[in-house]
Ligand binder design. Structure first.
Ligand code: SF4
Length: 386
């Protein structure tokens, strides 16, 4: 257990070394609970540098739960573009609506109430309760688990049931000690920051010489940092095969379709795509689904995209978009649009689909998008229905 003096050292280090991030003000100053909820939701499984770009845009458009609750889901997903894992955006949208309906538009302050919000688990509830409201609520994520296991020299998997119980219990004691002194939010955020910037995961080496917990750290004392924690167990990933057709019309517009709600990348936009679980769809199958001739689709390459639970293998084709869709052409879409390259940022596309477009359109896409980057983001409503 970290003692009061070590916690003070940790807090001092955090005040001096915390990264300047758009969702943080001066350390220890009051924080907007909505901004904490949004940033903590974005931080799950996404790089900080990406969030630093998107968070200010998102908060400018949705500065309160009420503003997000009143928005159309397509706009919400478009503003989430680049962050991936769009289920989080849907959950945040639903959470905003619940905050308006049940909590009068103010983010609830207790862990129990926060846990009622869609997409809010024990970690996010603890982060909001401690950082925004100063409650002695514990947090455990990958970063904090690594720090605590190393400090205590526990060579175990962080997802092991007994280790999870120990971590939550220990985190609760640290938050309580923080609440008696430097503040529960400060100490919680300090452990997170230490894990993200100093106590780095293998194969990187932790920067023990710069660590405020070094005098108390068992892993450092025994030289076992690289062996703690043990790697998590991994379930076998399912393989999915996709064939995507990037179709461009005479005006240079790209055909996008919206995926059905539910399942992988639900509701996101994509180049028309056919998928199978057993084998790669053939060019003929893709062409037939679109009402085109197979000879009109030209192979542009393949790649494999790994998600947490799946390996998705893409075969990418390029072709000319028909003026009109033949009767029966569907490729599983619920909605279709023709989009100029400079409008793509207004569409919620998975990172895999951005790669599909890059592969098919190459330099033409990057040059146009670079020009578009200097212009204001196009509104989703201005694309042409296809
Ligand atoms: S001393 Fe090294 S291993 Fe221990 S907590 Fe600090 S950075 Fe991590």
């Amino acid at each position: 257990m970290l003692n009061a003096r070590t916690i003070d050292d940790l807090a001092r280090w955090f005040r001096a070394s915390a990264r300047d991030l758009p969702w943080r003000g001066p350390i220890g100053s009051p924080r907007d609970p909505w901004a904490v909820l949004v940033s903590e939701t974005m931080l799950q499984q996404t790089q900080v540098s990406r969030i630093a770009e998107r968070f200010p845009l998102f908060m400018r458009r949705f500065p309160t739960p009420g503003a997000l609750a009143a928005a159309d889901q397509r706009e919400v997903l478009a503003l989430w573009a680049g962050l991936g894992y769009y289920r989080r955006a849907r959950n945040l949208h639903a959470a905003a609506r619940l905050i308006v309906e049940r909590f009068g538009g103010a983010v609830p302050r207790t862990v129990d109430d926060l846990l009622e919000l869609p997409g809010v688990g024990r970690y996010t509830a603890g982060a909001v309760a401690s950082i925004a409201f100063g409650d002695a609520a514990p947090i455990v994520d990958g970063n904090t688990a690594r720090v605590l296991l190393r400090v205590h020299g526990r060579a175990t998997r962080p997802d092991d049931r007994a280790a999870r119980a120990w971590l939550w219990d220990h985190a609760a004691r640290i938050a309580a000690a923080g609440a008696r002194g430097v503040g529960a939010g400060v100490v919680n955020e300090a452990v997170m920051e230490l894990g993200a910037t100093v106590c780095l995961p293998a194969p990187a080496a932790p920067r023990c010489d710069a660590c405020p917990l070094a005098p108390a750290c068992a892993a450092r004392r025994t030289g076992t940092q690289a062996r703690i924690p043990l790697p998590k167990g991994r379930a076998a990933r399912q393989t999915v095969h996709c064939a995507s057709a990037v179709l461009v019309d005479g005006a240079g517009r790209i055909v996008l379709q919206r995926r059905a709600e539910g399942g992988m990348w639900a509701g996101l936009w994509q180049a028309p795509t056919v998928e199978r679980a057993d084998r790669a769809p053939t060019r003929a199958e893709l062409a037939r689904a679109l009402g085109l001739a197979a000879r009109d689709l030209h192979a542009r390459g393949t790649f494999t995209h790994a998600t947490t639970h799946r390996l998705v293998r893409f075969d990418v084709y390029r072709g000319a978009a028909p003026r009109r869709w033949p009767r029966g052409a569907h490729a599983g879409d619920t909605d279709r649009a023709r989009v100029r390259p400079d409008q793509l940022d207004a569409f919620a596309l998975s990172s895999a689909q951005r790669r599909v477009l890059r592969l098919a359109l190459g330099g033409a896409l990057s040059a146009r998008r670079e020009r578009a980057a200097a212009a204001p983001v196009a509104k989703a409503a201005t694309y042409a229905r296809s």
